[in-house]
Design a protein around this ligand. Structure first.
Ligand code: ATP
Ligand code: MG
Length: 332
């Protein structure tokens, strides 16, 4: 079986974009690949964060993975910082990576533009750390949303350069976008990508009333101003979300009624909110149970870290050797 790696940052609670664009696909991929799923806490340090809250955020996200159906019996679930080889490989790969190409990355420009007071070198190095995450395991497959495709392209470039300079070492990782997956879910603003860091998200473990409030405030087709105006479902994010949370026959009905002006946005959003509440209910229930057993959760993560670390150690041993770095104390 090919090896697959994917990660998620414990920046805030995982949201429906993370689920539809990532975790839901991971669940389906578990039987076809040897999977590693990682809570990438080192990545989360590239934006402002509270150290005191980090341990809880990490556990919350790991619990969300499991609540969504990631099965530790099939997949390796672990926390990035528990495997220090990620950080070491980042350095070794950074020395193969052009500064200019990092400065041109869309995410770097976007996140540094949004937080000009905290443009740290880690934010610039983010894609190198991501390449290290994948390459520490020589993973060939990486399921990602559209926002990470550029980073994966860079990882492939790094691999080509490394293999050319130091000998065939890494496979070129491929982005995989499973059929029917949501590559880019928009936020409730109907405009930017739904992101933990933008505050335009519906968290997977949100309370039902909060879901109703958030969805009720979502933006719809800006040209549908009055209740009976004909709407344009193709530009409306609320309609897109119906596609994931409402059954197909009813979604077609909503499309027709929106176009004819028979269905107003307030009612349309009310219906969506109920669909989201229903759709997330099983996750919320499982999450409460898993998160409630912190000792059990820690055990899963410790076992995952130990499995991951054994693999990463072996890769790093090979990489050091190829780059002329021998084990300390051993004279070549
Ligand atoms: P942050 O704002 O902190 O960057 P995020 O919401 O972008 O958080 P990440 O942890 O960066 O989440 O990404 C985790 C995974 O979720 C990645 O595979 C990414 O491609 C995917 N993803 C993130 N946002 C969306 C979205 N709106 N639609 C589809 N996939 C998404
Ligand atoms: Mg992101």
């Amino acid at each position: 079986m090919d090896r697959l790696f994917s990660g998620m940052q414990p920046t805030q609670d995982a949201h429906i974009g993370n689920w539809l664009g990532a975790i839901r696909n991971w669940v389906a991929l578990q039987d076809r690949y040897e999977c590693l799923f990682c809570v990438v806490d080192l990545h989360a340090l590239t934006v402002s964060f509270e150290a005191a809250k980090m341990p809880e955020r990490v556990l919350n996200l790991a619990a969300a993975f499991l609540a969504c159906g990631i099965d530790p019996a099939k997949s390796t679930v672990f926390v990035q910082s528990a495997v220090p080889e990620h950080a070491e490989l980042t350095w070794l790969l950074a020395c193969q990576t052009g500064l200019g190409v990092l400065e041109r990355m869309t995410q770097f420009k976007d996140k540094s533009g949004r937080s000009p007071e905290n443009v740290n070198a880690g934010l610039l190095f983010y894609p190198v750390l991501m390449a290290a995450d994948v390459l520490a395991y020589k993973a060939g497959a990486v399921p990602v949303g559209e926002d990470q495709v550029q980073h994966l392209e860079l990882a492939r470039e790094i691999v080509r350069k490394f293999n050319r300079l130091y000998g065939e070492t890494f496979p070129e990782p491929k982005a995989i976008v499973p059929e029917g997956s949501a590559k880019r879910i928009l936020g409730l603003d109907g405009n930017a990508k739904m992101s933990k860091s933008r505050g335009n998200a519906v968290a997977l473990v949100e309370e039902p009333d909060e879901i109703r409030r958030l969805v009720g405030g979502a933006f719809t087709d800006p040209e549908k101003k009055r209740r009976n105006d004909p709407g344009r479902p193709e530009v409306c994010n609320v309609f897109t979300l119906h596609g994931f949370f409402t059954d197909p026959a009813r979604t077609r009905g909503i499309e027709a009624d929106c176009r004819s002006g028979a269905l107003g946005c307030v009612d349309c959003k009310r219906e969506l909110a109920e669909g989201v509440v229903r759709g997330l209910e099983p996750i919320r229930t499982r999450y409460a149970a898993i998160r409630g057993d912190e000792a059990g959760l820690r055990k899963v993560l410790a076992a995952g870290a130990s499995k991951a670390r054994a693999l990463a150690r072996e890769t790093l041993r090979e990489v050091r050797e190829r780059m002329g770095l021998r084990e300390g104390g051993r004279i070549p």
